[in-house]
Design a protein around this ligand. Structure first.
Ligand SMILES: Nc1nc2c(ncn2[C@@H]2O[C@H](COP(=O)(O)OP(=O)(O)OP(=O)(O)O)[C@@H](O)[C@H]2O)c(=O)[nH]1
Ligand SMILES: [Mg+2]
Length: 717
């Protein structure tokens, strides 16, 4: 510790050092199983802490009990339990724990009992950690150190990136965070390490391709430098103020990859976020090697990956389709005329000639219609109600239509003229709600309704046939037409046109009536679980939800069927963070799911530090992504009012939230319709939702958008 302080130049007061030494003592006592000593020392350092924190007190006492059991001092253990532990038995949650601990006494070898984990070092470590954190909190110090948070976050980032992203350390020790075309990179945008904190930058690049020497080259990612303080928050104040963009001109290559480094500003452990932001102190950087994994070029589609990380994959995919080539035509010669038989008179001759003449198919001008090569198969993507995800496209991402048939003629023109076989259209079913785009961005279609379809690749035109002609004319024709080649028997074929190959991006947007939006951890999933039969994951850490969950409200039958029914599909979306519209925290992926919702429910954690600001943040992100979202009817749910502070400020929060926005809900068509009309007009809504942001639209402040229909305080729990 001392050498760390010396080499980083951190300033630590003597008090700090003394407290730390005491905490270390307590921690080690608990870890060694000397719980009574740990309790005694804790009482000295943090008087009253254990009286307030009953759970911790119980855990520490139970550690001592376990220690007695392990030393086979059963009578002593029993006495201790009766005196010290049984008073906790008045509360149900301790009863269950007590039963487990007491059960240890029933085994001759408690280590082999089903409760063996209570004797493990991990359990002691867990209690010791909790104790340490409680003491830190008692002393108004952060209960996790910045380094701990950093390592946690690094672990998360590492898991999320899953070895697919390149980390490069370039010669000056600056860190470049890149993405490869071959590796999906949405998480890169999501976690957005494209940070430019205060003075230094971490630059985000993407792979441009290989140069002549086979080394990878990089280009800067567009919009990557938008600085984000939210990122700072997300990375739990690890303060990775990082170096310069000038290195972008250098070439980076995969071999230089060694490790993942963070750089800390001076005194990072001591300063608060705001001080650091505004402070003008110099930043010195200290690398902390976290040993991030080496780049692995993950295959684009790996079904195992898909199942383990569905959130990255389930709603978009890139596929390649190829329409069929056209079949070839043929160069045909006229049949050899037989000499006139002696027995036939001039009448017969004429008749034969007329018969032959009429047996060929002819155009209106009398010219013979020659057979054509078959048309190559088109490729159509259509919305199929039977499909509900795009996962199968990860398993098979290439679709080829069949080529058209060649003209089936043996080099001689006959009256049996046959065109080549026309290849059938390849129809690819996708779920309703799929948006089809060209890989490089051009929007093609929104298959919002069952049966909607789009022709994505047209099959090649079949080749035409030619009549045999003199050599000099044929040569001339060949020099004029590149589309001519000889076959094995030196016959000239007129080729069919090649089919088209296109890469398509299929994006699935969920179709739901109501979208639940809010910051991570606001309680969206809990709300969905409470009012529908959906069973989303719920946990008290951000980004529990990584892909939208749908739930169905049965509605109130007393309202009657039809348009006033309160039946609705609800979509619980992953949490949005500041900068979501730029892709932070996967925000853009999540925000696009709102396009088809008709109403928004803002879930706000009323017990948070600044709920009104949280609400504004989400609204701001919605506005930046698509201002139409703010025109939709909305309800604000102030959640967690079972928490005392939240309940106390409910009236003032409600008042403040009402103030954000103007009184009347604008109709979606600006025709002055009331809320109901906007709410029920799904046709207009879906049309509107598809529209790209209207350039002529005046940029409005969030106050100028309609205020919510209702602000309600709830406790979902
Ligand atoms: N006290 C209290 N806690 C709640 C309430 N609603 C939710 N929570 C807790 O808040 C935490 C987060 O809940 P989630 O439903 O996972 O939050 P979320 O908004 O879906 O979070 P993300 O999926 O990360 O965006 C959980 O620990 C819930 O138990 C409530 O009404 N009162
Ligand atoms: Mg959730």
């Amino acid at each position: 510790m001392e050498s760390f302080i010396a080499c980083t130049g951190m300033k630590q007061s003597d008090d700090h050092m003394e407290d730390m030494a005491k905490r270390k003592g307590i921690f080690h006592s608990a870890l060694e199983g000397n719980a009574l000593k740990a309790i005694e020392l804790t009482e000295q350092l943090a008087p009253g802490l254990l009286d307030k924190n009953k759970d911790l007190h119980f855990d520490l006492l139970s550690l001592h009990f376990v220690e007695l059991v392990c030393s086979r001092k059963c009578t002593e253990a029993l006495e201790f339990a009766q005196n010290k532990l049984t008073p906790f038995g008045k509360v149900q949650k301790y009863v269950e724990k007590l039963e487990d601990f007491m059960a240890l006494l029933a085994y001759e070898e408690p280590e082999k009992s089903p409760m063996f984990h209570l004797l493990s070092l991990e359990y002691r470590q867990h209690v010791a950690d909790n104790l340490n954190r409680a003491i830190l909190a008692y002393s108004n110090l952060p209960s996790y150190s910045a380094v701990e948070r950093l390592i946690q976050q690094t672990t998360v980032v590492r898991q999320c990136l899953n070895g697919k992203v390149h980390f490069f350390e370039c010669p000056s020790s600056s860190l470049v965070f890149g993405k490869s075309n071959a590796s999906r990179c949405c998480f890169l945008g999501g976690f957005d390490l494209s940070l430019s904190a205060t003075v230094k930058k971490l630059v985000c690049c993407e792979e441009k391709g290989k140069n002549k020497d086979g080394k990878l080259q990089w280009k800067r990612r567009r919009g990557a430098n938008s600085c984000s303080l939210s990122l700072l928050k997300m990375l739990s104040m690890s303060y990775c103020s990082l170096p310069t963009s000038s290195h972008l001109n250098s070439k980076f290559h995969t071999n230089s990859l060694t490790s993942f480094s963070w750089y800390f500003p001076e005194h990072f452990l001591l300063k608060s976020c705001s001080q650091r932001r505004s402070g003008s102190e110099s930043y010195r950087h200290y690398p902390l090697k976290c040993g991030l994994a080496r780049v692995k070029e993950a295959p684009l589609t790996n079904p195992d990956k898909i199942t383990s990380e569905p959130h990255k994959y389930f709603d978009q995919v890139i596929i390649t389709v190829r329409s069929g080539d056209g079949g070839h035509g043929a160069v045909l010669s006229m049949p050899v005329q037989k000499g006139p038989s002696k027995s036939t008179g001039s009448y017969n001759k004429e008749k034969e000639k007329a018969r032959k003449k009429s047996s060929y198919k002819r155009d209106f001008d009398g010219s013979i219609i020659l057979p054509m090569g078959g048309h190559g198969g088109d490729v159509i993507v259509y919305a199929d109600e039977g499909k509900d995800s795009l996962l199968e496209f990860h398993r098979k991402s290439r679709y080829n239509a069949k080529r058209g048939g060649n003209v089936d003629a043996m080099g001689v023109l006959t009256s049996q003229l046959h065109d080549g076989f026309v290849s059938p259209t390849l129809r690819i079913p996708v779920p309703v709600g799929t948006v089809v785009k060209h890989k490089r961005g051009k929007f093609l279609a929104d298959l919002a309704h069952p049966g909607d379809e789009i022709l994505v690749a047209r099959g090649g035109q079949g080749g035409i046939s030619l009549l045999e002609m003199p050599e000099h004319r044929r040569n001339k024709m060949m020099s004029l037409t590149p589309n001519v080649m000889r076959d094995d028997s030196d016959k000239v074929l007129v080729l069919g046109q090649p089919g088209e190959e296109v890469s398509l991006q299929l994006i699935l947007r969920i179709v739901a009536d109501v979208g639940l939006v809010g910051l991570p951890n606001a309680g969206k999933s809990t709300l969905l679980a409470a009012i529908t039969l959906a069973k989303p994951d719920i946990a008290d850490y951000p980004f529990t939800t990584l892909m939208p969950n749908l739930g169905r409200l049965d509605g109130d039958p007393s309202l009657g069927a039809g348009k006033y029914s309160s039946e609705a599909t609800l979509a619980d979306l992953p949490g949005l963070i500041e900068g979501a519209h730029l892709g932070k925290g996967l925000g853009r992926n999540f925000l696009r799911h709102l396009r088809r919702t008709r109403m928004l429910v803002h879930v706000v954690d009323a017990a948070a530090e600044d709920p009104v600001n949280d609400y504004r943040t989400v609204k701001e992100e919605l506005r930046m992504y698509n201002p139409d979202y703010l025109e939709r009817p909305s309800i604000v749910v102030l959640n967690k009012i079972d928490i005392r502070e939240a309940m106390g400020r409910l009236p003032s929060l409600t008042r403040e939230i009402w103030k954000i926005g103007r009184g009347k809900i604008a109709s979606l068509t600006n025709s002055g319709d009331d809320v109901q009309s906007g709410f029920n007009d799904s046709e207009r809504e879906s049309g509107l939702s598809l529209g790209l942001p209207d350039k002529d639209r005046k940029v409005k402040e969030i106050e100028e958008y309609p205020c919510p229909l209702a602000v309600v305080g709830v406790s979902v729990l």
